[in-house]
Every structure is written in structure tokens, then in C-alpha cells.
Ligand binder design. Sequence first.
Ligand code: 7TS
Length: 424
Amino acid sequence: MTRAAETSGSLLCFDVDRVREDFPVLHQKIRDRDLVYLDNAATTQKPQTVIDAISRYYGQQNANIHRGVHYLSQEATFAYERARARIRLFLNAAANAEIIFVRGTTEGINLVAHSYGGSNLKENDEIVISHTEHHSNIIPWQLLCARTGAILRVVPVDDDGQFLLEEYAALLNDRTRIVAVAHASNALGTINPVREIARLAHDRGAVVVVDGAQGVPHLPVDVRDLDCDFYAFSGHKVFGPTGVGILYGRKSLIDAMPPYEGGGSMIKTVSFEETTYADLPAKFEAGTPHIAGGIALESAIDYVTALGPERIAAYETTLLEYAIDLLSEIDGLRLIGAAPKRDRIGDRVGVISFVMEAAHPHDIGTILDTEGVAVRAGHHCAQPAMARFGVPATVRASLAFYNTHEEIDALAAGLRKVNEVFGG
Ligand code: 7TS
């Protein structure tokens, strides 16, 4: 029995072959090789149920929502609002009004920065983020600082990419208004201690924004248990469509926040003298949304829920351990951040960043591509994180529950080929 087969066998309750049948895109040859898709942090593949939901909407249900008295409009509205209710349950939010449809994580964070930040922050107030954030959770805050005169503070991470709680606690003060952190880092896979971060922030009266782009695809998420004030994620990273995402916002906060964009659907009455705004969540949903996307996101959430977020996390951890062991044996390969300590594996999602002595990350990505292995090479929209580890770029293999131990073998074989080609 190969090592891959042994490890797969130890997780008998997770039938990865069966799961893979649901994802048509995985069953194709790329450059005459079986596709090995390890770029899941960039975007995930879609199960047939999600593809069918989009096709069904355009083929049978297409109508604008929240406005028509006709049958199709009512059907589409019902389906869209059912998706919202389903997502509320998935996140364990207290009310449907707390679930705002947005374009994705990026828009969710910008909404909070504009609406909450614009109306609550003033000169010398402070915003706290961590050193390993995605640019989407850095730049909206920099723009807010430029508009208001607020100050951005950065929590350092240790050499394993772990958030330093003591340093964080020391940074907080009575001027801290917003703490914004990723649930999990897209560059390193580190999971941040969000519950503890929120507790300390709330002690100071600050609100907590969680960038959940890499949380929802890999971890069970309960916004009330995390006790965060805002939680944003992208549909396309959780096996749903691009162009749709969710911002959860605590009702007492979003009720008091001004609209982010103006337009149709977000009003009660309009006159040139005075406009009054719709109730939540419509107040934050100006214009025609990505209706098919919202409906298909429900299918994606149903898919993930049926598999079970806990089982997904357990299976991905076996893949991650296996990958770290295998990659650690490759000459000249250095893992970046979240070091391969077994006691730390529970603190990571399935993201493995590394560099090799023999070649630049982009060359490694190109060689892997000739083997049918899709990874991302670059700074992963986390340049400060790269700077922290003294590298301009890494190769990143990022896992999903449909990946197999054999695919990790293919990655390792591709990396050994890199050493052969470049003489490492
Ligand atoms: N936050 C994190 C932690 C992310 O990983 C990403 C996307 C975003 C925010 C932005 O999400 P979007 O859907 O609004 O674009 N991350 C990546 C990545 O790692 N490679 O490509 C996109």
C-alpha cells in the first residue's frame, strides 16, 4: 500500500472519490495530465448543484426581485430571500436582517469602512489590523484613515505566522475603534484567535470586523460564538458563484449605520426634499443584485453543510499533514510561516506557502503547470506578509475537500522535477 493510500484509508468516513464526482471541472486533462487543482484559496470549483441552480434561474425563473407583482418576480424574490434565510442559519446570525448580500469579501469590508468607519471615526482614532492581512483588509482602512485622520496600527506575527495576542492587547487603547482581522490567512493558512481578539476589542469598546474569505470554506463559523460585529465572505471561495458574497453585521450596529450606496431598492420614499431609507437589509442593497448568484450560493452552502464543516476540516487536516511531511523532504524547499509543527496543525487551514532554493516561485508555478498541477505563485495580495518573512513571493498550494492524497503526491513529484530542471 502506498503512503497516500494508507492515509486516505484512515479517514474512511470521508469518501473523496464520491465527492469528486460532483465537480465536473475536476475531470479533465490539462496538458495531457490529470488536472490537480491546488489553487482553492484563489477560487474554488463548483459542484453540479451550484451549476444547476444558476442554469435553472436563467432558464426558468429569471425576473427582477423585490418589485414585480407577476409570478416570476415573486418566485425569484422568494428564492433569493430563502437563500438569505439559509445563510443566516449557516452563520448562526440572529436575524435575516443581519445578512447583507454584497459582491464579495472586498465589498463587504469596504461597506463597513465607508458606512461604519465614515460615520464613527475621527482624527487620531485607531484601527487595528494584523501583519498578515489580504490587501482587501488593509487598503479600505488606509483609505478610511486618509479620509478621517484615523491611525492604522498593525499587530505583529511570530515566525510561524501566528497572531501575537499579548502584543495585540498592548496595542489596544481607548482610541481603538475598529479591529479588523482575517479568520484565516490566505498567504499562510494561519487561523487567528478571533474569539479572544473580539473579547479584548470589546473590552475597549471597539468593533470587530472579520475577513472570513478563508474561514467559511474550511471552518465551522458561528458569528454569535465568535462574537464578532461584522463577518464578510465571498461566494466563489465557498464553492459558489463569483460576484456574490455576504456581509454579516450585528443588527444594533447596522441599524444605526448610513447607507453605503444609493439607488433603487434601498429607499422607502424619495422626493427632492427628503429621502427615507428602507429597513434592513435592503438599506444596504442598492440596485439589482446578482440574483442567480445569491440563489446558487444557497446551493453551495447546502452542499458544504451536507458534507459537514467539521468533517471537511478533519479531512483537510489529514491532507495538510501529509503535504507538510512530503514537502519537508524535498531538497531546498522552505515552508513559509505556520511552521510544520504537529501541535500547530489544528491552527491552520489547508494553505501551504513555500519557496525553493532552485527556482523563483513563478518558474516553479510554470513547471507545475506543465504537470497539470495548478498552484498560485506570487505575493497572494498580501505583500506585508511576504515582507515579514523576507520573500517577495511564494508558491502556494491551497487545498479543498475534493483534493486527494494522490494529488499531493503529484505536487511533490512536480517539485522534485523543479529540482531536476534547475539543478537544485
Ligand atoms: N480576504 C482574504 C483572506 C482573501 O483570501 C481574499 C481573496 C479576499 C479577502 C478578497 O476576496 P474577494 O473574493 O473579494 O476577491 N484571496 C485570493 C487569493 O488568495 N488568491 O486570489 C484571491
